[in-house]
Ligand binder design. Structure first.
Ligand SMILES: Nc1ncnc2c1ncn2[C@@H]1O[C@H](COP(=O)(O)OP(=O)(O)OP(=O)(O)O)[C@@H](O)[C@H]1O
Length: 347
């Protein structure tokens, strides 16, 4: 038996579609362009990246829902193209969102139904379902209809469903999407508990903090390629030599952002909306003090708290994704990736 739960070599996927009906045109999107992965059994591995990076496409190839256009992958030791049945028997797949549960049924009845569907032996069903309800923290609520469940509870029930047939490997695609912070914390606890049972977990997420807390190693994917891979501590080195200035502001204009991006020593500029305020984050070289220049560039804007701090893993992630966008690191001239709304364009 291989020590690797997941191994991929040169995995690629191109989508071909047609647009227009009068003069149909063929369109090609290269979603994944040469992904190599080696995930040992029992690891909680994170796949992180901006929108459109290729995370879901990668997961779908690994769990046999999509055929790679090039490259190979083995999951639980079996080939994802030639041995789909063996792979499917050993994996679970849980994706974020609301689909896939019966609202009118209780959690218990949902799990009973899916246990039948997944072929869990009748004599094992009762014990397995009880174990899973306990694992995902729904004990005491299992007889209530799912329609009354919060998003977080539903998501934990999804995880229980994905684990019914005791998979060796669980793919968790954006489990915390749309879940409030408290429920997201409970969800993270569930994932951590699950990993401690020895199940290999491949988690995709947009949230660096989530990956940081949970994952042994993280691959940052952008433009269909792995741009960086390592433990959270290793990834943090991508922001070495930088310092971060955070400014709470009200009404920063695009023109001002462009001006700040052009300041000497500025490496990344990121603006996110936090309630009524904006949070401007400026990464700069430690050798250059940009604070006075940045505040000068914001003249006329009402400012709140101004904080200088050390870079976090999130800052390192922004640096990795932006570097990929800046050098169009697709390597084939297809240009930069789309940065998500909450990730800055490169300075
Ligand atoms: N069925 C499809 N047909 C055509 N293009 C597709 C299809 N599915 C995905 N794509 C494209 O492939 C690229 C990668 O998409 P993918 O869904 O794998 O990214 P992702 O990292 O999971 O993004 P997100 O975080 O937004 O879910 C994107 O450019 C996307 O538009």
């Amino acid at each position: 038996m291989s020590d690797l739960a997941i191994e991929a070599t040169g995995l690629c996927r191109t989508y071909r579609s047609r647009t227009g009906w009068l003069r149909p045109q063929r369109q090609e999107v290269v979603a994944v362009r040469g992904v190599d992965l080696a995930v040992p059994r029992g690891e909680l591995f994170g796949l992180l990246g901006p929108n459109g990076a290729g995370k879901t496409t990668t997961i779908k190839m690994l769990n046999t829902l999509l055929i790679p256009t090039a490259g190979t992958a083995r999951v639980a030791g079996f080939d994802v193209v030639g041995q789909t049945r063996e792979v499917r028997r050993r994996i679970g797949y849980v994706f974020g969102g609301d689909r896939g549960l019966y609202d009118r049924l209780s959690a218990l009845d949902n799990l009973r139904y899916f246990a039948e569907l997944y072929g869990v032996a009748p004599r094992d069903q009762r014990r397995r379902i009880a174990e899973l309800i306990d694992l995902v923290g729904l004990t005491g609520r299992e007889r209530e209809r799912v329609e009354g469940y919060s998003r977080g509870m539903r998501q934990r029930l999804h995880i229980a469903r994905g684990l019914l047939h005791s998979p060796e490997i669980l793919f968790l695609d954006e489990p915390s999407i749309g879940v409030d912070p408290v429920a997201a914390r409970e969800l993270r606890q569930t994932v951590a508990d699950l990993a401690s049972t020895g199940t290999t977990v491949l988690l995709t997420t947009h949230y660096m903090a989530e990956a940081d807390e949970l994952c042994g190693r993280i691959a940052v994917i952008a433009a269909g390629r792995i741009q960086a891979l390592g433990t959270p501590a290793e990834l943090k080195h991508h922001a070495d030599g930088r310092q971060v200035l955070e400014v709470e502001a009200y009404g920063v204009t695009d023109g001002q952002l462009v001006g700040i991006r052009r300041l000497p020593g500025v490496r990344e500029v990121d603006l996110v909306v936090r309630g009524a305020a904006q949070l401007l984050t400026v990464q700069s070289d430690t050798a250059v003090d940009v604070q006075a220049e940045v505040l000068n560039g914001l003249s006329g804007v009402r400012l709140g708290r101004v904080t200088a701090r050390q870079p976090t893993l999130e800052d390192a992630y922004v640096a990795i994704v932006n570097r990929a966008a800046a050098d169009g690191s697709n390597g084939d001239g297809t240009g930069p990736v789309d940065a998500p709304a909450d990730v800055a364009v490169p300075a």
